[in-house]
Design a protein around this ligand. Structure first.
Ligand SMILES: Nc1ncnc2c1ncn2[C@@H]1O[C@H](COP(=O)(O)OP(=O)(O)O)[C@@H](O)[C@H]1O
Ligand SMILES: [Mg+2]
Length: 243
């Protein structure tokens, strides 16, 4: 007797009379079993993918508030916003074609710099790339943590990790009072990234002159490699729309 027929006979004995099974023969039972197996495994694969995606997003520095930001829900109220959106989209497209270009989004608060940077990041994560959005303050406190004895992650390793991420976006450049050490750290990060052929994004409220003054010519030169872009977000804050 075939194995599936044997199981079918045993099942027939234990299933209560009033329950009609989904199969009438041993072969049907086998098929049903295989189908369920496939169904479950696709469910598991999908679930695993969702968990992994969620985890990647959580680790990417994309905060809860921003996780729904996309190109599609970026509202256009003027031509400059339209241009900013199309530049961000083009940046993503070229990034996927192995471009080394960096970007700077600068301008007033609330104009959507984080929104568009997040939209780029979400798309990259979906394409299996690694993305990290981190504020200067968080970079600095991460580095300070590496000074403590208990922490095995040394400053060198941390800088190395920053240079391994496909796209690193440094947020809130120029928010804090200018510090020499910050300038050195940002310099090192950009330097290492560009020597391992990785581009960097920058979000800042500063204009060209102030950013140049804060970071220095050397970094700014690195930020101009290839098709790098500088988008000025010079319209009113969107926050008035948010209740
Ligand atoms: N054009 C826009 N369309 C839809 N939402 C926007 C737009 N601009 C900004 N927002 C939203 O406004 C809030 C503030 O924008 P944010 O990206 O943080 O600005 P910034 O980083 O320039 O200070 C966010 O919730 C963002 O999603
Ligand atoms: Mg911002």
């Amino acid at each position: 007797m075939k194995k599936h027929d044997y199981f079918f006979n045993r099942l027939k004995k234990i299933i209560p009379q009033h329950i009609k099974p989904k199969f009438g023969t041993g072969l049907e039972l086998l098929k049903w079993n295989q189908e369920q197996g496939k169904l479950n495994s696709t469910k598991i694969i999908k679930k695993n993918y969702e968990i992994k995606f969620k985890k990647t997003v959580m680790q990417s520095g994309i905060h809860e508030l921003y996780k729904d930001c996309s190109f599609d829900n970026y509202q256009l109220e003027n031509e400059r916003q339209k241009k900013a959106l199309s530049m961000a989209k083009r940046y993503l497209k070229e990034f996927n074609q192995n471009s080394l270009a960096s970007f700077i989004f600068s301008g007033k608060p609330g104009t959507g710099k984080n929104h568009l940077a997040t939209a780029i990041g979400m798309n990259l994560i979906l394409n299996g790339k690694s993305f990290l959005l981190i504020t200067v303050a968080d970079i600095m406190s991460n580095i300070k943590e590496t000074f403590s004895f208990k922490n095995s992650l040394h400053e060198k390793n941390l800088l190395y990790n920053f240079s391994n991420i496909d796209l690193l976006v440094i947020d809130e450049i120029g928010i804090q009072i200018e510090s020499r050490y910050e300038k050195i750290v940002i310099n090192q990060i950009i330097d290492r990234r560009s020597s391992s052929k990785r581009p960097t994004g920058m979000l800042s409220n500063l204009d060209y002159i102030s950013l140049n003054h804060l970071l220095g010519e050397r970094v700014m030169d690195r930020m101009r490699i290839g098709n790098s872009i500088w988008v000025r977000f010079d319209w009113e804050s969107y926050r008035k729309h948010i209740k």
